[in-house]
Design a protein around this ligand. Structure first.
Ligand code: PLP
Length: 370
């Protein structure tokens, strides 16, 4: 299914839309999504790798079939996401979670293509399951990544300690007879430098394991669709790796980069109050309901008509819930704000809609594709 065959009731021209659609809503721009998907497809073709969309980053059911058709598959973590991947006709479904319940994984295993287990305990429990199995390893690369999303931290539960895995492998390789893959998710918004470290690290440390593998999953965190991504180095490193290990299929499972820069979040100013000379604009949204990333990691958002440099129009944007901490942030606008005007947050597709709640009785924001 292509975007042009999507339900037309949700395809509304942006000009008409801003006048008639009640806020708050998320809006995705079809042309920008296609630009990203075309870039990703081109990378696949240049390198012969397989790019899977990580569905936890973006899961709108009206758009998933398009992403799925263009890319090589979908990466999932739960039965619910399996349903989404199946409905979207994913060609390859990769499953990973930090831990599985036996009955849940057993029933999912017949519907997935590859599986990554996260610990040696889970390997012992599931190694006889009939599915192509791999292990997630924590390579503990030294990279500048914010702590809360850095899977390389020394005491991370995500992935097996690399030294522990290699010791076990070298001491008793028979216990890994059914091992077909390795999985490394170690990067974050990487423009190519981290990838270089990762692939060099794998070639250096896993020479005894690589010849026995059928696949490697090099995780997410690759900023493939950024104009600054170092495509040439990426292509060269992969071509070299593939000529050394022609039997290994290479998967990536990016999330953010797939829908990055593809859409905005539109809200309205409900009131403006002045408290201790501070101007506070109350919006028809809330960080607890529509912008959880702001609450969790104090993310600074890109707000239209604001400047980095100080202006006379300083406003605290806040939410409409009864939580005192429901504050979106303080921004310098280019002009005075008015009650009733729209405040547009840019680049809000990945990891935002997927976390919406109905806290304080607020409705979830709608989603439109234009
Ligand atoms: C195991 C795994 N793979 C892939 C991803 C997608 O990462 P990103 O959205 O940074 O590309 C994540 C994100 O948390 C992840 O945990």
């Amino acid at each position: 299914m292509t975007i042009s065959s999507l339900n037309t009731t949700m395809k509304v021209g942006m000009f008409g839309m801003s006048k008639i659609m009640p806020t708050p809503y998320f809006v995705m721009y079809e042309n920008k999504l296609m630009q990203n998907l075309n870039k990703l497809k081109e990378l696949e073709e240049k390198t012969n790798v397989h790019i899977l969309h990580t569905v936890k980053s973006f899961n709108q059911s009206s758009v998933l079939p398009t992403i799925s058709e263009k890319l090589s598959g979908i990466s999932i973590t739960s039965p619910k996401e399996l349903g989404m991947a199946q409905t979207a006709n994913a060609k390859h479904i990769h499953l990973y979670a930090p831990a599985f319940k036996y009955d849940v994984l057993e029933s999912m295993s017949k519907d997935i293509s590859t599986l990554s287990l996260n610990s040696l305990n889970q390997w012992e429990t599931f190694k006889t399951l009939i599915v192509s199995k791999g292990l997630r390893i924590n390579p503990k690369l030294s990279l500048e990544i914010p702590e809360h999303c850095n899977p390389n931290v020394t005491d991370s539960r995500l992935g097996i300690d690399a030294v522990e895995f290699l010791d076990n492998y070298h001491n008793n390789s028979n216990q890994f007879n059914q091992l077909e893959g390795l999985h490394f998710h170690a990067l974050f918004q990487d423009k190519g430098e981290g990838f270089t470290l990762l692939i060099q690290y794998i070639e250096k440390n896993y020479s005894a394991v690589l010849p026995k593998l059928k696949w490697i999953n090099l995780g997410g965190g690759h900023d493939f669709t950024s104009p600054n991504y170092d495509v040439d180095t990426f292509v060269k490193l992969l071509n070299d790796f593939e000529s050394s290990y022609p039997n290994i299929k290479i998967y990536f499972e990016p999330g953010e980069t797939v829908t990055q820069s593809c859409g905005d979040f539109v809200t309205t100013v409900l009131d403006i109050v002045t408290v201790n000379k501070k101007q506070i604009a109350i919006l028809d949204t809330s960080i607890e309901t529509h912008l959880l990333d702001v609450a969790i990691v104090q993310q600074k958002l890109k707000v239209q008509n604001t400047n980095q440099e100080p202006t006379p129009y300083l406003y605290e944007l806040s939410g409409n819930s009864c939580l005192q901490g429901d504050i979106i942030g303080t921004y310098f606008f280019t002009k005075d704000l008015q009650v009733g005007e729209q405040i547009i947050f840019e680049d809000m597709m990945p990891y935002t809609m997927v976390k919406m709640t109905k806290f304080n009785g607020m409705e979830k924001a709608k989603f439109y594709l234009v």
